[in-house]
Design a protein around this ligand. Structure first.
Ligand SMILES: Nc1ncnc2c1ncn2[C@@H]1O[C@H](COP(=O)(O)OP(=O)(O)O)[C@@H](O)[C@H]1O
Ligand SMILES: [Mg+2]
Length: 223
């Protein structure tokens, strides 16, 4: 489903620093993994590479047998739009759009008819407990609410691959339980694959397996 081979990435000009080196990961259909690791170890970088938002120095990412590096920019954008749901650590909501419009974005960009968009967005907002905030703008919401909008937007088009970067970092423990259940449900329903990056052991325990990212690479952690 998702196959990552020898993925490496360095940052920095004159004295580049290797953030990721030789990362290997193989996710079967329906598999949901958590990745834990210290701040700065490269978790967000890894998700960006998998989503094709950043380009690796070496190595490959293949989703459903399609290799990211073999696609041009337009094809990569299309694949991401149709097949990937990304919950960004910093949310990346559009400030001039309402909550409902932000959540609708993956559907409208994919040409879904408007009646269907309204229905899916309504259901998604209800699922994250934000039905009453549909007409609000991001600046009117709390950090926890913004995070739930970002989650709704990442799930609304039922992506094959779900990438969630610290999706419960800003929500209260009760909401975290609901959000984590939603993320897991999505991966299982679509028989896709999901990666949950988290600092929380309780959150990681909702995944099928847990991996630790260190400067040595990705290693299994026993639950
Ligand atoms: N676009 C970038 N340019 C330069 N350095 C970066 C960039 N993105 C991340 N880094 C560096 O790469 C390292 C890993 O960052 P990141 O992937 O955000 O870590 P994590 O998500 O695990 O906290 C950090 O040292 C960070 O400063
Ligand atoms: Mg990060």
């Amino acid at each position: 489903m998702l196959v990552i081979k020898g993925l490496s990435k360095s940052y920095g000009g004159a004295r580049p620093r290797e953030v990721l080196r030789g990362i290997e990961l193989d996710l079967a259909a329906g598999e949901y993994v958590a990745i834990m690791g210290e701040s700065g170890v490269g978790k967000s970088t890894l998700l960006n590479l998998i989503a094709g938002l950043d380009v690796p120095d070496r190595g490959t990412v293949a989703l459903h047998g399609v290799e990211m590096s073999a696609l041009d920019d337009a094809e990569r954008t299309l694949l991401r739009r149709e097949r990937i749901g990304f919950v960004f650590q910093a949310f990346h909501l559009l400030p001039h759009l309402t909550v409902a419009q932000n959540v609708a974005l993956p559907l409208s960009l994919n040409g879904v008819p408007s009646a269907q968009i309204a229905e899916r967005v309504g259901a998604m907002l209800a699922a994250v407990g934000l039905a009453s905030a549909a007409g609000a703008y991001p600046r009117e919401l709390s950090g926890g609410e913004l995070q739930r909008v970002a989650i709704a937007r990442a799930l609304v088009h039922r992506p094959l691959l779900l990438l969630a970067d610290e999706p419960t970092g800003n929500v209260d423990p009760e909401t975290a339980v609901q959000v984590l259940a939603l993320l897991r449900e999505q991966v299982k329903r679509e028989s896709g694959a999901g990666i949950l990056v988290t600092h929380s052991a309780a959150a990681a325990a909702t995944a099928d397996r847990i991996l630790a990212l260190t400067s040595e690479g990705l290693h299994p952690v026993t639950k």
